[in-house]
Design a protein around this ligand. Structure first.
Ligand code: ATP
Ligand code: MG
Length: 421
């Protein structure tokens, strides 16, 4: 849930990797909601899960909204515990699942476009009105399936329109992350945008600067994990959200690389593709600032840098590399991701490189054979580890990759001749 900031707001993506229809999560949510209803309270599925099911999609999570207070939830479910207590959200364990149960609430005045000063418990209708967009403001009875709609969300879903609930300017200003959420929903569900809502998004765009990096990064990760990410990039740039999100000036260039990377591309790959779409070349300054502005993890960041580095070498001149250099490059873990990024602007070249790499992979030992010469051999020859030691290992390995050294014995002989004082 990407609710307004609280000390316990969870970061990261919750994309489901379990059963494709997420039956287990749904069954747990039905059981929890039914147990609340059995105690005389109201309990609905709320927000995104209702929207997704109406669209025929498998929800990633099922949130329950209820008139039972957190204390009452704690009495019904032993072991239920509060999360973001100030928002009245409880986590209820059901078998091996955890279900989020939130008491209907109204948000007080928002502080600095990020979080409400306070909340109070209220009715389902008021709870629907504190949500961001009409398509996210629906409730559904967990067992009868009846839809409870206070915000005309069904109508907008049918028309595939994104519309803010209430006054768009006020709603987009009070929590500025909603501008990025808007991008995600429009891209993901292929929506059009109500003109007033679109105007309000552009109006609030520059204030995204004040939103936490964790929340911004979380939204990017979610929208970039879907195949509609190129649409998201276009909207981000069109609405001027790139400047405040990335800490650089707005640009609305073509998005050829992002458009053509594989659906399942990693976050690091998408970032590399987007970086190149915005700058043109891989050898320009590396996206150091994106690391903190998009709150990337160390490994995502490393992968993005690796891909840009490989592309810079490929663009420099693949043809000019020796066989050993080609094999070393092609054996790098992110080589295929780099090719998938390059594909967007030069499919023919990628095809040629792939053919050549396939040929190299068929040579004895493949792209990355076990070295014939190791440190143990050099130590046996009486040498101590150090820079020269390492350089000789590399040189002999290059000769092996070129096909000139074909055995351990030959490697040792060559190492001896190379080691001149
Ligand atoms: P996803 O499919 O990615 O889970 P979602 O719409 O379910 O998208 P969540 O972050 O899971 O988004 O939030 C659940 C619901 O809570 C939303 O559908 C919406 O009703 C409400 N909500 C979440 N974040 C906000 C916000 N920033 N402002 C207003 N309402 C929000
Ligand atoms: Mg959700």
């Amino acid at each position: 849930m990407s609710e307004p900031e609280s000390p316990s707001t969870r970061g990261g993506s919750r994309e489901s990797v379990e059963h494709p229809r997420n039956f287990g999560a749904r069954a747990a949510a039905v059981a929890v909601a039914s147990a609340i209803i059995d105690q005389g309270f109201i309990a609905y599925f709320a927000g995104g899960c209702v929207r997704d099911e109406i669209l025929g999609l498998a929800p990633t999570d099922f949130d329950i909204a209820t008139d039972a207070t957190p204390d009452e939830i704690a009495k019904i479910f032993r072991g239920a515990r509060g999360v973001g207590e100030s928002f009245g959200v409880m986590l209820v364990r059901w078998k091996d699942r955890v279900v989020e149960v939130a008491t209907f609430r109204a948000d007080g005045v928002y502080h600095d476009g990020r979080r409400p000063s306070d909340i109070r418990f209220t009715t389902a209708e008021e709870d629907a009105h504190r949500r961001d967009f009409t398509i996210n403001g629906l409730f559904r009875h967990p067992t009868t399936g009846e839809i409870v709609d206070f915000v005309k969300g069904q109508e907008d879903l049918a028309k595939r329109v994104l519309r803010a609930i209430g006054d768009p300017v006020a709603r987009l200003r009070e929590d500025r992350l909603r501008t990025l959420r808007a991008v995600r929903f429009v891209a993901r569900f292929e929506l059009t945008v109500d003109p007033e809502t679109e105007h309000a998004i552009c109006d609030a765009a520059r204030d995204l600067v004040g939103v936490s990096r964790e929340r911004i990064g979380g939204e990017f990760r979610r929208m970039f994990s879907h195949r509609t990410r190129a649409r998201a990039v276009q909207l981000i740039e069109k609405w001027g959200l790139d400047a405040p999100a990335l800490g650089e000036s707005n640009s609305t260039g073509p998005c050829e690389r992002v458009e053509r990377i594989p659906d399942e591309a990693s976050f690091g790959t998408v970032l590399a593709a987007w970086w190149l779409d915005r700058r043109g070349r891989a050898d320009s300054v590396k996206p150091g600032e994106w690391r903190s502005t998009l709150n990337t993890s160390g490994s995502e960041w490393k992968q993005c840098g690796e891909i840009l580095d490989i592309i810079a070498t490929l663009e420099g001149s693949w043809e000019g590399l020796s066989t050993a250099q080609k094999k070393r490059l092609a054996a790098r873990m992110d080589f295929n991701s780099a090719l998938s990024v390059l594909f967007g602007i030069d499919a023919r070249r990628v095809h040629e490189i792939r053919l050549e790499v396939d040929g190299l992979a068929l040579e004895p030992g493949g792209l990355a054979p076990m070295p014939f010469l190791t440190g143990v051999d050099l130590i046996a020859l009486g040498h101590a580890p150090g820079p020269k030691f390492k350089a000789i290992l590399e040189q002999i390995y290059d000769r092996q990759l070129e096909g000139h050294v074909t055995s351990n014995e030959q490697a040792v002989v060559e190492a001896r001749t190379l080691w001149t004082p």
